[in-house]
Design a protein around this ligand. Sequence first.
Ligand code: 5GP
Length: 181
Amino acid sequence: MSNTIISILDKRFKLSIPNETILEKVRALANKINADYEGKNPVMICILNGAFMFAADLVKCLTFQPEILFAKFASYDGMESTGKVKELIGINTDLSGRDVIIVEDIVDTGLTMFNILPKFEALGTKSVRICTFLQKPEKLEVDLKVDYVAMNIPNDFIVGYGLDYNGMGRNYKDIYSVVDN
Ligand code: 5GP
């Protein structure tokens, strides 16, 4: 996995963010979250599938005790373009009165988070914050407050560290960006 160019299906990707940098950024972000939530007991919700690797590294750096849940969204057809989410799957815990931190892999247009936030607020949560590993600030299309961002990146399509290309590439510990579109 040390190659700087990898092939996944029909595309080639080049090394963009090595794992050492990723872990430094995760630790720096965890320090901010630790300062904000010291002595509190928030619920951290890892959004599947893409955020599993980020969430695993992040929670190891926390100095408070969160409750850790996993959620997935059923989407309408064409979720990629509209971000419309139909249903929250996997939250059987009562979130009323709880501080919630949503842990996401990447905020691109912001539509997914924009549509997910009201679903959590409707559950009577005390607070809901968004924590994402990556954000593509130039692509943001909605008025979305992203509370915690580990890294801002350009608009390139990326894979690795939990992120996939047609279901593949999630297992890479580094992040790669597409070479040929
Ligand atoms: P948004 O609704 O913010 O436009 O998109 C969020 C979702 O799109 C992410 O959770 C992720 O699944 C997917 N996504 C956005 N950009 C990328 C990317 O560069 N690579 C991959 N693999 N997925 C992406």
